[in-house]
Design a protein around this ligand. Structure first.
Ligand SMILES: [Mn+2]
Length: 340
């Protein structure tokens, strides 16, 4: 019986299949992923399905799974969500069941870090998963030296998370860093126990370079721009800007948001016009009654009593700007959403 440990797979299913062909695992062999099954590569669902379906297979939770579980979606998670489509919620529910470490008499496995000498279950999850907060804890404890420089046990420890180059990091034949950058066009690596043998296959291509381009349109189209605040739109656009991508689509979003915001002075003028008209029809004494029956009642009444800033008219989102335009029966020449 062997234990076969896989470095960060990141959706690289073809490479996983090729590696499995090379390894020919038997039903007795235990397959263990160091985590980061998903994100950046072409087929996250196929990789997850393999680990879900293979009896006795284990995947420890990586920082990428943890981001999906916690709903903190940066660009590579947004891409993976699109790739997984309708199966996304189900796959994330499975990710939420993953352990943060795997330990037997033979080996310790974490996605990233541990505190040497401390039982794994007592090491904070974020340290084991390798999140930014976990990195902070490790820096407090070990300064700039990596945690594994302090690992003195004879029991092998295996981790991924940090791409160590095309070849794994092997120290003293008991410390194994096996993230060899499969999703970045380097290699997918497995460590076979008990013999401590490395088997690896080359990546087909720099998957992430291609994926991040290919999925930009779908990711941006899915973003609910009209109901986000103008501040959220600007922040999101900044976070998604990527020097290696054409930013034509993103520029359409920011230009659109500016155009929507620029409607506010027109709407303020239209409210003034409507106020003047109602005053003429109903007179000062009856203004409140006729204004209350107007589709734009809440704006007209607040503006009249000085409770509405003319700068934004309480429209913090594009959708609110359009709601006001509708209430004033105006049809601004700006699309209701930036990407159709
Ligand atoms: Mn990774």
């Amino acid at each position: 019986m062997r234990t076969i440990l896989f470095g960060d797979i990141h959706g690289c299913f073809d490479e996983l299949r090729e590696l499995l062909d090379r390894l020919s695992p038997t039903a007795d062999d235990i397959l263990v992923s160091v985590g980061d099954l998903v994100d950046r590569g072409p087929d996250p669902s196929a990789v997850i399905d393999f680990f879900r379906q293979r009896p006795g297979a284990v995947a420890v939770c990586g920082n990428h799974e943890r981001k999906h579980i916690r709903g903190i979606l940066s660009y590579s998670q947004l891409v993976a969500r699109e790739q997984m489509g309708e199966r996304y919620d189900e796959q994330v529910a499975w990710m939420a069941t993953l352990p943060y470490h795997y330990e037997t008499d033979e080996v310790r496995v974490v996605h990233w870090g541990l505190y040497p000498g401390v039982p794994l279950e007592e090491v904070p999850e974020d340290v084991r998963a390798g999140t930014t907060s976990g990195d902070g804890r490790l820096r407090e404890r070990f300064g700039d030296t990596p945690w594994y420089a302090h690992y003195t046990d004879a029991k092998p420890v295996v981790f991924g998370h940090a791409v160590v180059g095309s070849e794994p990091l092997i120290i003293d034949d008991r410390i194994f860093g096996i993230d060899t950058g499969a999703c970045h066009g380097q290699r997918l690596t497995a460590l076979v126990l008990p013999e401590r043998r490395i088997v690896s296959v080359p990546a087909r291509e720099d998957h992430w370079a291609r994926m991040r381009r290919a999925w930009q349109g779908p990711v941006l189209r899915r973003t609910p721009w009209p109901t986000m605040t103008f501040e959220q739109i600007a922040k999101k656009a900044r976070s998604l800007r990527d020097p290696e991508l054409e930013d034509g689509v993103l520029t359409r979003v920011t230009t659109w948001a500016e155009a929507v915001r620029a409607l506010v002075p027109q709407l303020a003028a239209a409210l003034d016009h409507e106020t003047a008209r109602l005053l003429e029809v109903a007179g000062e004494a009856d203004f409140g009654r006729v204004a209350a029956a107007h589709p734009a009642a809440s704006w007209l009444l607040r503006l009249r009593t000085g409770k509405l800033s003319r700068d934004h008219l309480a429209c913090t989102t594009p959708a609110q700007v359009f709601a006001l335009a509708d209430a004033l029966a105006l049809s601004p020449e700006v699309d209701r959403a930036p990407l159709g």
